[in-house]
Write a protein that binds this ligand. Structure first.
Ligand code: FAQ
Length: 326
């Protein structure tokens, strides 16, 4: 369920009713939303379950690097902003689990897949937050990359996913701005704060570019997901847009993007950028990121610590049902 299933899509196509398949593809081509009770090819359902659940896991695991700084935020204002942001990420995870559940997989199954290491989540959250400037860099770059990827997903072909993205994008936009505003304060601050801001950019730049996934030529899912309008833009197209916007934002901050090969390319109307370390990306995807073990241990612990809440909720539900039946 959670790994690339497209190798099986030819097989699935062969057993699926050609008329239903043709009608489905015509609806997608006409930009109609596909809804939970509509007929859909099994491979479409599996790809969406994989992508939406991975996205949900990313939001939930993504609370950890920033949550780590709530008690150390340097002022009440910064603490209130960070608390609100981290709570938003929890909300995003919950809408996304709900959207994925409409495809027929239970939340327990999805969470079990995360905790057992079967399901992926974004590589970016396997890097540590070492200084307060990292909180600015995450808002600016990580939320910035997330929005770049998620704005087109408001037009993804699956209705519940598209609708969840509308609110998520509004909130991500606030997250990006709070991060950039924090970076502005650091970049205009003392020499030490400026050094911290540059160091955060140096460490978060390349992992942020990796968030968009492998190059299109090595992406097993992109071609089919573009045909089914699950993805509306490819990994490389979105990465390019992100580079073009972020370079200007770094210049405004007076910070240097850590890429010696970065050049404006007049012909393409965008920046050429250096080679991404794909070996690092695939190692982090495999679970070898710098703080991958710590992240999973924290999630499993949170799940165990929450057992009493789940038990109390089930007991309450059973009591109400019994009262209603009496
Ligand atoms: N990390 O064929 P593709 C956020 C996997 S939300 C880990 O290109 P696809 C908010 C991929 O699953 C961030 N794995 O795959 C926030 C596939 O593996 P599989 C998350 C990755 O799906 C901010 C394989 O590589 N956003 O940050 C990654 O067509 C701040 C081949 O790749 C979303 O999930 C990666 N970076 O395209 C929260 C957005 N990239 O399953 C807190 C929705 C690829 O075949 C604080 N998702 N892989 O074995 C998408 O748009 C897509 O799923 C992509 C990947 C673009 C991520």
């Amino acid at each position: 369920m959670y790994t690339t299933e497209l190798s099986k899509s030819a097989e699935v196509r062969a057993i699926e009713d050609p008329e239903l398949l043709a009608a489905f593809e015509a609806r997608v081509a006409a930009d109609e939303f596909i809804e939970p009770k509509d007929w859909m090819p099994e491979a479409y359902r599996r790809t969406l379950t994989r992508q939406i659940s991975q996205h949900a896991h990313s939001e939930i695991v993504g609370m950890l690097p920033e949550g780590n700084w709530i008690t150390r935020a340097p002022s009440l204002r910064r603490k209130a902003i960070l608390l609100a942001k981290v709570q938003d990420e929890a909300g995003h995870g919950l809408y996304l689990y709900c959207a994925a559940e409409t495809l027929g997989t239970s939340r327990e199954e999805m969470i079990e897949a995360l905790h057992s290491g079967k399901a992926k989540y974004s590589t970016i959250f396997n890097y540590p937050t070492l200084t307060w400037a990292d909180i600015g860099a995450i808002g600016w770059l990580v939320d910035g990359a997330a929005i770049m990827n998620q704005v087109p997903l408001q037009r993804t072909s699956y209705g519940p996913y598209a609708r969840a993205m509308v609110r998520v994008c509004k909130e991500e936009s606030f997250h990006q701005r709070q991060g950039y505003e924090l970076m502005m304060a650091m970049a205009n601050g003392t020499p030490e704060q400026q050094r911290m801001a540059q160091d955060a950019l140096d460490r978060w730049w390349w992992p942020s570019l990796m968030m968009f996934g492998p190059p299109d030529a090595d992406s097993p899912n992109t071609a089919q997901s573009m045909r089914w309008r699950i993805k509306r833009e490819t990994n490389d197209e979105l990465r390019q847009k992100f580079v073009d916007i972020s370079v200007l934002q770094a210049e405004y901050l007076g910070l240097k993007v850590p890429d010696a090969d970065l050049r404006w390319n007049e012909a393409k109307g965008g920046y050429d950028y250096g080679e991404i370390d794909w070996d690092e990306f695939y190692a982090v995807v495999k679970g070898e990121g710098p703080v991958a073990r710590e992240r999973m241990a924290a999630r499993r612990q949170a799940w165990e610590d929450g057992a009493w809440v789940r038990e109390a909720a089930s007991a309450h539900q059973a009591k109400r049902a019994a009262r209603k039946a009496a």
